[in-house]
Design a protein around this ligand. Structure first.
Ligand code: FMN
Length: 397
């Protein structure tokens, strides 16, 4: 196991030595990347001696054996941990700025990323820092939050970096995760469907696809071979994910049945139209009165998947406005699922279209797990932790 440890320029940089020792003791190799500011706080020689590897400091290093060393390294690591993570580095990561070795490395990494911020309380509470952090969490970056306590500048408050042992644990968990789903094929559906009313109009729903895309990204980070079948959404394809775009529920059904072969797990996160209009071949004209649309029942893809089970895990989603848990539990049984992810779409702050979600996972053996409000990236990781049975490994990162 090889872990990249990014050290940026805060007082807590000296604690990076303890982190290197902790990871080394646990049997992990450590490749340190040190920013120019961090060199003011801790010497490369100390970190090099402890890690027994040349510390990487510059993007343009004529002494390096490989000219594009940051890309070479991304192929080898199981996780990137940044401790301490400065306000500056969090901002660069959030915006994708790549103007030094560590920030360039971050945008090249596909493995899980953990950040342990450390800074003055006012820097920590600044909306800019909090927004950057939220953006990173939405992307699936794990945050080891700073603690409340005595800060180097003689103040007390939140901002002190978490203890090295906690960061070592988080790093090891993240690294183990990176290969957890290696060799597994996972199929995920996401987004809405569109059903034609006439050549220019359609019936659809407000699903943004963010939850399904976050799941696809999280599965890819854990090493799975991911196939994503997406309805019309404006989201970029997560790294390492094979994507098929579809428009209608019939296309969604056909594509899912075609790609399902050999899958270990299917997550049906798409919001598929239950009813399809009888489409008019020509544009419907205004007639001066009410217009009635006749709707036929569309394909029930989840039921079909449940009736012809071939994957080890079949996970459905229930977006409900009333009687959330009872409706979700009925759906779990009716559709022969292993798990159902229930979310309350009557809440404006979570669920459909929102950046965050809060869900309850119900299992076929009576399990009930409440996952409190968090970014969809974090929710995706929690769902995977539970449905793949590794909840105890990642419970508190
Ligand atoms: C003595 C001193 C201590 C600092 N401590 C922190 C800190 O704990 N956290 C932080 O975000 N920035 C801290 N800074 C500011 C950063 O060093 C500065 O923003 C720098 O540009 C960060 O560079 P880097 O992110 O490339 O390492 C400190 C600066 C000084 C002079």
């Amino acid at each position: 196991m090889l872990i990249a440890l990014g050290v940026s320029g805060g007082i807590a940089a000296y604690k990076a030595c303890e982190i290197v020792r902790g990871l080394d003791k646990a049997g992990a190799g450590v490749q340190v990347l040190l920013t120019e500011s961090a060199e003011q706080f801790v010497t490369p020689l100390t970190l090099q001696t402890l890690s027994r590897r040349k510390v990487l400091q510059r993007t343009f290093d004529l002494d390096a054996e490989k000219t594009i060393q940051h890309i070479e390294l991304t192929r080898q690591i199981d996780a990137l941990v940044v401790a301490p993570a400065t306000a500056n580095m969090l901002a660069k990561f959030a915006r994708g700025i790549a103007d030094d070795l560590l920030s360039t490395f971050y945008v090249s990494v596909a493995a899980p990323v953990v950040v342990a911020p450390a800074m003055n309380t006012r820097m920590w509470l600044h909306p800019a820092t909090q927004q950057n952090l939220a953006a990173l969490q939405a992307r699936g970056v794990a945050v080891v939050p700073p603690e409340d306590g005595w800060l180097a500048e003689g103040e007390t408050g939140v901002g002190r970096m978490a203890e090295p042992e906690v960061i070592v644990e988080a790093a090891l968990r993240a690294a183990r995760r990176s290969s957890e789903l290696h060799g597994r094929k996972i199929v995920i559906s996401a987004g809405p469907t569109r059903e034609a009313v006439d050549p220019v109009r359609f019936l659809s729903n407000r699903s943004s696809g963010k939850m399904g895309f976050a799941l696809a990204a999280a599965c890819a980070r854990r090493g799975a071979q991911v196939v994503l079948v997406s309805g019309p959404v404006g989201l970029p394809t997560p790294y390492g994910v094979r994507r098929f775009d579809v428009e209608t529920s019939r296309e969604m059904r056909e594509r899912l049945l075609a790609v399902r072969e050999g899958a270990d797990a299917v997550f049906m996160a798409a919001a598929v139209s239950d009813y399809l209009p009888r489409a008019s071949a020509s544009k419907i004209k205004r007639s001066g009165g009410a217009l009635e649309l006749a709707l036929d029942e569309g394909p029930d893809i989840l039921r079909e998947l449940g009736e012809s089970r071939c994957e080890r895990l079949l996970v459905g989603f229930a977006a409900e406005t009333d009687d959330l848990l009872r409706n979700a539990s009925d759906k779990l049984k009716r559709k022969n699922l292993d798990w159902i992810v229930a979310n309350d779409v009557s809440r404006p702050d979570v669920g459909i279209e929102a950046e965050d979600n809060a869900v309850t996972l119900l299992g076929r053996n009576g399990e009930r797990i409440d996952v409190p409000k968090a970014s969809k990236g974090e929710i995706a990781d929690r769902i995977l932790d539970h449905v793949f049975g590794a909840a105890e490994v990642v419970a508190d990162v």
